[in-house]
Design a protein around this ligand. Structure first.
Ligand SMILES: CC(=O)N[C@H]1[C@@H](OP(=O)(O)O)O[C@H](CO)[C@@H](O)[C@@H]1O
Ligand SMILES: [Mg+2]
Length: 522
C-alpha cells in the first residue's frame, strides 16, 4: 500500500494507550475523551478503507457521545446509504483500534485490504462532523490526520446533529441518481423537512406551541435554524437548553428540574446529539405523563395504518421494538391495531435492520430513538398509484409528504418532532388524546456496576440470560410472583455496567420486582 509509510509515521502522534481494549459497542466507540485519540485515528483509517471498498462512495464519521457526560466522547461510522456501518466491518474497525504496535497496525490494515478484497487504486471520500462537546475539535483534527495520511479526500462539516450527518452522507451519494435524497447541505436538510411539513399542514395550520428542551446539546442551535424555515404559522417552538434532556426525563419519569408544566401543554426533550426525542405533559390533574418512544411508535402505527387503508393501497406495516418497550405498548400494537411486532436487541442498528423487512417499518426504542422506513417498493407505489377518489388522493399525498418529512437514514429528533406534530395537527389532537391509546405498565430501569459485565450473556433478543448460570431461573421465579410481571437483565453496550428492567401491574410491584432482581445481580 503506497501510503503505509505516512500512515505509520502519523500514527506515532496518536499512540494507543498500552494494554487498553476498545470495542465497537451499541453506538460505536464511546469513553472518556482523553482515551479516544488513537481510536479516532484508526477509525479515520477504517472509514477511508470502507469508502475504497465501496468504490469511493462517501462514508461518514460522527464524533459524539450522545447523552453521556460532557467529558466523554465517542465515534461511529455511517455507511453510504446513511445507515449504520455494516456489521461485518465492526470487527475490522475493532481490530485496527486494538492493534498494539505500529507493525501490528500495518499488518491489520493489510489484512483488511486482503480479506475484503479492496482494490486500493482509486479515490476515498469521507465526511465528518461532531456535536458541541469541547473535546470534539481536537478529535476532529486527529481524524483529519488519519484521512490525510491514507490519502482520502475529506470534508469537515463542523458541528452537526448525528442525523444531519447521516442525511448528508446519503444525499451526497445519491446526487444525480434516480432517487436523490436531497440537497447535500445543512440548508438542504432544513428545506426538505420544512417543505414537507408545511405541505402536510396545508389545510390545518394552527400555530400551536411546543416547548423543546435541547439538553444543552447540538439540537439547540439546529432546531433554532429549522424554526426559521418552518415559519410560526405552522408551529410555535419554544426552545430551551436544560442540562439533562431525554435520558433524565425517561429514567426519572419527571420533567427537567425547574420546568413547570401547564396542564395539557406539550413538552419535548432531546438528547445531546439530537437523535432521540420524548414528549411529556401534565394531565388535567397536574400529574406527570410521559409520551416516550413507544407512544410515538403507537401514534405513528395508528396513523400509517389509517392512511394506507384510506389510500386503497396494499403495503405491509410492521413495528420493531426492543425488550425495553412497555408491555402495554406491545399489546396495543398487536391486539388493538393487529400489526406485526418484532423484538430485537438494543441499539438502533438492530432495529433499523429489522424494520427494512416491511414496506413501512416503524421502529422506536422506548427511550425515543427511532424513525419510519419506506421500502423502495412502497416509495415506487406511492409515486405511481392513481387515486380513484379525493379521499384516496389526499391519503396518498399525506404518505408522500411523510416519506419526505421523515429522516429515513436514522432516528432524528428534529424530524420525529415534526412527525408527531403533523399527526397531532391532522387529528386535531392534544397530548391527552394521543396518550389515551393505552396506559403504560409501571416500570423501573436500574443500573448496577458489577465486577465483570462480560459475564452477562443473553439470548432471545436480550430477554433471557444464558450466563451467569442459574441467574435466569432465579429471575423467572421472582417474576412469576407479580401480576403482569416482566423483567430482564443485560450488560450495557455503552457503559461498563449491567441494566435491570422490571415492569408489573402496579407501581409498588414494579419497584419491588426491580429491587429484588438488583439484589440478585453482582
Ligand atoms: C436501555 C437504554 O436506554 N439503552 C440505550 C443505550 O444502550 P445500552 O447498550 O443499554 O447502554 O445507549 C444506546 C445508544 O445510545 C441506545 O440505543 C440504547 O437504547
Ligand atoms: Mg443520541
Amino acid at each position: 500500500m503506497k501510503n503505509i509509510g505516512n500512515i505509520i509515521s502519523a500514527s506515532l502522534r496518536h499512540p494507543k494507550p498500552e494494554g487498553a481494549t476498545f470495542s465497537y459497542g451499541t453506538a460505536g466507540f464511546r469513553m472518556q475523551a482523553d482515551f479516544l485519540d488513537s481510536v479516532v485515528y484508526r477509525v479515520g483509517l477504517s472509514a477511508a478503507l470502507r469508502s475504497r471498498k465501496l468504490n469511493g462512495q462517501t462514508v461518514g464519521v460522527m464524533i459524539t457521545a450522545s447523552h453521556n457526560p460532557a467529558p466523554d466522547n465517542g465515534i461511529k461510522l455511517v455507511d453510504p446509504q446513511g445507515g449504520m456501518l455494516e456489521k461485518s466491518w465492526e470487527t475490522y474497525v475493532t481490530s485496527l483500534a486494538n492493534a498494539e504496535t505500529d507493525e501490528e497496525l500495518q499488518k491489520e490494515i493489510e489484512k483488511i485490504v486482503k480479506v475484503t478484497k479492496i482494490d486500493m487504486q482509486g479515490g476515498m471520500n469521507v465526511i465528518y462532523a461532531r456535536d458541541t462537546r469541547p473535546s470534539g475539535e481536537v478529535l476532529a483534527q486527529t481524524l483529519k490526520d488519519a484521512l490525510d495520511a491514507i490519502g482520502a479526500t475529506s470534508t469537515d462539516h463542523g458541528v452537526k446533529t448525528t442525523p444531519q450527518l447521516h442525511y448528508l452522507v446519503r444525499a451526497l451519494n445519491t446526487v444525480g441518481t434516480v432517487s436523490p435524497y436531497g440537497e447535500p447541505t445543512e440548508s438542504g436538510y432544513y428545506q426538505k423537512l420544512s417543505i414537507a411539513f408545511r405541505k402536510l399542514l396545508k389545510e390545518k395550520p394552527r400555530g400551536s406551541t411546543v416547548y423543546v428542551d435541547c439538553a444543552n446539546g447540538v439540537g439547540g442551535p439546529k432546531l433554532r435554524e429549522l424554526k426559521k424555515y418552518l415559519g410560526e404559522e405552522c408551529l410555535d417552538l419554544v426552545i430551551t437548553q436544560d442540562d439533562c434532556g431525554a435520558d433524565f426525563v425517561k429514567t426519572f419519569q419527571k420533567p427537567p428540574p425547574g420546568t413547570k408544566l401547564t396542564p395539557l401543554q406539550r413538552h419535548a426533550s432531546l438528547d445531546g446529539d439530537a437523535d432521540r426525542i420524548i414528549y411529556y405533559y401534565a394531565g388535567q390533574d397536574g400529574s406527570f405523563r410521559l409520551l416516550d418512544g413507544d407512544k410515538i411508535a403507537g401514534l405513528a402505527a395508528m396513523f400509517f395504518q389509517d392512511l394506507v387503508k384510506s389510500a386503497g393501497i396494499d403495503l405491509k406495516i410492521g413495528i420493531v421494538q426492543t425488550a425495553y418497550a412497555n408491555g402495554n405498548s406491545t399489546n396495543y400494537l398487536t391486539k388493538t391495531l393487529k400489526l406485526p411486532v418484532t423484538c430485537v436487541a438494543t441499539g438502533v442498528k438492530h432495529l433499523h435492520h429489522a424494520a427494512q423487512r416491511y414496506d413501512i417499518g416503524i421502529y422506536f426504542e422506548a427511550n425515543g430513538h427511532g424513525t419510519v422506513l419506506f421500502s423502495p417498493t412502497a416509495l415506487a407505489l406511492l409515486e405511481t398509484h392513481e387515486a380513484s377518489s379525493p379521499a384516496q388522493h389526499s391519503a396518498l399525498e399525506s404518505l408522500r409528504g411523510l416519506s419526505n418529512l421523515i429522516n429515513q437514514t436514522v432516528g432524528d429528533a428534529l424530524s420525529d418532532l415534526l412527525l408527531v406534530e403533523a399527526i397531532l395537527a391532522s387529528k386535531g389532537w392534544g397530548p391527552s388524546e394521543w396518550d389515551s391509546a393505552y396506559t403504560d405498565l409501571p416500570n423501573r430501569l436500574f443500573k448496577k456496576v458489577v465486577k465483570d459485565q462480560s459475564l452477562f450473556v443473553t439470548t432471545d433478543a436480550e430477554r433471557k440470560l444464558v450466563k451467569p448460570e442459574g441467574l435466569q431461573e432465579k429471575i423467572d421465579e421472582l417474576v412469576a410472583k407479580y401480576s403482569d410481571g416482566r423483567a430482564f437483565v443485560r450488560a450495557s453496550g455503552t457503559e461498563d455496567l449491567v441494566r435491570i428492567y422490571a415492569e408489573a401491574k402496579t407501581r409498588s410491584e414494579a419497584d419491588d420486582l426491580g429491587m429484588r432482581i438488583m439484589a440478585l445481580v453482582s
